[in-house]
Ligand binder design. Structure first.
Ligand SMILES: *Cc1c(COP(=O)(O)O)cnc(C)c1O
Length: 386
């Protein structure tokens, strides 16, 4: 079968080798501890499930939903933004529902990027920014995230040649895969940079609610003037352990949202209303359960970080997300190291290079397993020869 050039340009699935190693380990009868996938193991809070069940039974919810989300969903998202960040947004023009934030992230590119355009993408990163650029016939320009700069991009090193063609930029804090966070001052810099260079600024905010200790993640829309250039993608997935439900929203500049909406209306037909009602329950009514989710991940983080430190590994304590991103403790490549880890211990972790070449030399561990399993994993890692 002949695929299009743009499909052929998509980099090969980076985790394929590891999948194979995992399969081999299972076949050897090894007890595999999977710390590879960024998917919470905890169930969705019961209240959210109850709302879904009730609303799924209502025939009014069985027809096509509105493309942009029900007014009550958008109003609830607006209230949530106001209560959480002090950000005002018009539910009618500045918010639409998404079938998971990944869907919105991917579909914004065909609205604003075409052949000859550049898109600024961080690396290491969530792969969608890069791939969706390629699918829109744009050219990704990599903004490297370095540990010494707190995994924040340096806008000053981007040439005017690149800036002339740059149409859109993505950033993501708290960050996957590095666990890094950004201050409001950094967001101010990003907004100014986007304004000065006439670039659409997109902030992927999937992890703003998965924060630890006293840290509170800001919204980029808290910056004065952000709404002139920016939109922010929110997701219920990580916040409420709802990855399977596929629900999120985008908020911010109304023209950017109108562009995304034009793509979406022609491709999808909105979000099942029963899921929208369930998300409303999540935003309005799941405060204690959400705090509980955070505290469970915080405890796991502490055990993992303390454990790896006691082995002499060079790890930082992440203030948010369920990811630990750390340098490979040997002189192997990240794929060699992670392949040996699964072979010798049955612990599955992700090679950094899977998030772009800039991730080489690092690995990612997700603390999406129970404390017992994390302790078991650390115990096994302690027996590895480095
Ligand atoms: C998980 C994740 C998302 C996507 O979440 P959805 O389930 O599509 O809402 C978006 N961005 C990053 C960085 C993620 O890790």
């Amino acid at each position: 079968m002949k695929f299009t050039k743009r499909i052929d340009k998509i980099p090969p699935y980076p985790f394929a080798i590891l999948d194979q190693k995992k399969q081999e380990a299972i076949e050897r009868g090894q007890d595999v501890i999977s710390l590879g996938i960024g998917d919470p193991d905890l169930p969705t809070p019961q209240k959210i499930i109850d709302t879904l069940c009730k609303e799924a039974a209502n025939p009014a919810n069985h027809q096509y939903p509105s493309y942009e989300g029900m007014p009550v969903f958008r109003e609830t998202a607006a209230e949530w933004m106001k209560n959480r960040f002090g950000v005002e947004a018009d539910p009618k023009s500045e918010i639409i529902s998404l079938i998971g934030s990944k869907e919105g992230i991917a579909h914004i590119y065909p609205a604003f990027v075409q052949l000859g355009d550049i898109s600024l993408v961080p690396a290491p990163a969530y792969p969608v920014y890069n791939v969706a650029t390629i699918l829109a016939d744009g050219t990704p320009y990599v903004m490297p995230l370095k540990r010494r700069s707190g995994f924040l991009p340096d806008f000053d090193i981007i040439s005017t040649e690149v800036l002339k063609k740059a149409r859109i930029m993505f950033i993501n804090y708290p960050n996957n895969p590095t666990g890094a966070v950004a201050s409001l001052e950094f967001f101010e810099k990003a907004v100014k940079f986007a304004c000065d260079n006439d670039i659409i600024l997109c902030h992927d905010a999937a992890y703003t609610e998965l924060t630890f200790d006293d840290y509170e993640a800001p919204s980029i829309l808290e910056v004065d003037g952000a709404k002139d250039v920016a939109v922010e993608f929110h997701s219920m997935s990580k916040t409420f352990c709802m990855t399977g439900w596929r629900v999120g929203f985008v908020v911010g500049n109304k023209d950017i949202i109108a562009g995304l909406s034009r793509v979406k209306t022609n491709i999808d037909s909105g979000l099942f209303q029963a899921i929208q009602y369930a998300a409303i329950t999540a935003m309005n009514d799941v405060v204690d359960e959400q705090l509980e989710i955070r505290s469970i991940f915080q405890q796991r983080r502490d055990i993992l970080v303390d454990g790896l430190k006691s082995l002499g590994w060079d790890v930082d304590l992440p203030k948010a997300t369920f990811y630990l991103w750390a340098p490979v403790p040997t002189d192997e490549t990240s794929v060699e190291f992670c392949s040996r880890v699964i072979k010798e211990t049955g612990v599955l972790i992700t090679p950094g290079v899977g998030f772009g070449e800039e991730g080489e030399g690092f690995f990612r561990i997700c603390f999406t397993q129970s404390v017992e399993r994390i302790e078991e994993a650390v115990g096994r890692l302690s027996k590895m020869k480095l």
